[in-house]
Design a protein around this ligand. Structure first.
Ligand code: ATP
Length: 233
């Protein structure tokens, strides 16, 4: 579904991604793990068109997408749920969700809104509440719900568990798994490698802008190097 070939991404003089290649197959949950600053968010931003690679190629469903405008990429079926949630604080829950469908022209938006409310009953209770007044966990649910409103084929999730209490972390990972079982492919960036490897099919490990390891999530979870570096073993 997604194939990234040897991309190089810079922030000015900073070489943030150094020849990164990876692939995501339809139906998978693939996790990107790595320390702070390794380049995980940069990969997602490049895939969603917020950054342009200086070289390399990105193919999504057989089409070259590197450097396309972000709204074109959303229309093709990639939705990015950014780090820190970035909900529109002064708009209601429902307005935030409707904005997720901004580029759609079909007439199933209302029924998708109902589906998001079924998945996140908390958002239904709070549909008229300003998003800025939601708790951290509720904002994360809203950010995921908003991303789903574009009907993505591939959902990019950046640190969905960040800052959440342990029970909510479990809940968010359970919801990600459900979304995946419903047919959405997921590329998941996580600091919480333990949890991410529990729900992912495969994973890539990133260190200072390079992929240093990849494999099935189970293989990586059992590897001594990974356990020492990322799983606190
Ligand atoms: P974290 O888990 O801390 O979010 P990350 O793996 O997602 O880390 P990135 O945010 O992708 O890391 O950052 C990769 C590198 O690029 C870092 O060295 C970071 O300082 C640098 N970087 C990120 N954004 C910018 C920017 N706007 N300008 C300059 N450098 C940046």
């Amino acid at each position: 579904m997604l194939e990234v070939q040897d991309i190089n991404v810079y922030y000015g003089a900073i070489h943030a991604l150094k020849g990164v290649s990876l692939e995501v197959k339809e139906g998978e949950i693939v996790s990107l793990i790595g320390a702070n600053g390794a380049g995980k968010s940069t990969i997602l931003k490049t895939l969603s068109g917020l950054l342009k690679p200086r070289s390399g190629a990105i193919q999504f469903m057989g089409k070259a997408i590197a450097g396309l405008p972000a709204q074109e990429i959303v229309k093709m079926g990639i939705s990015h749920c950014p780090e820190g949630r970035r909900v529109f604080a002064n708009m209601t829950v429902e307005e935030n969700l409707e904005l997720g469908a901004y580029l759609r022209k079909d007439n199933e938006i209302k029924s998708d809104l109902e589906k998001v409310y079924q998945r996140f009953p908390r958002l239904l209770e709070r549909r008229k509440q300003l998003a800025g007044t939601l708790s951290g966990g509720e904002q994360q649910m809203l950010a995921i719900g908003r991303a789903l409103m574009s009907r993505p084929k591939l959902l990019l999730l950046d640190e969905p568990s960040m800052g959440l209490a342990p029970l909510l972390v479990q809940e968010i990972f359970r919801i990600i798994q459900e979304i995946n079982k419903g047919g959405t492919t997921v590329l998941l960036v996580e600091q919480n490698a333990n949890q991410a490897l529990k729900i992912a099919h495969r994973a890539y490990v990133l260190e200072t802008g390079k992929i240093v390891l990849s494999g099935s999530a189970q293989e990586l979870a059992e590897s001594d190097d990974i356990r020492k570096a990322y799983l606190g073993a």
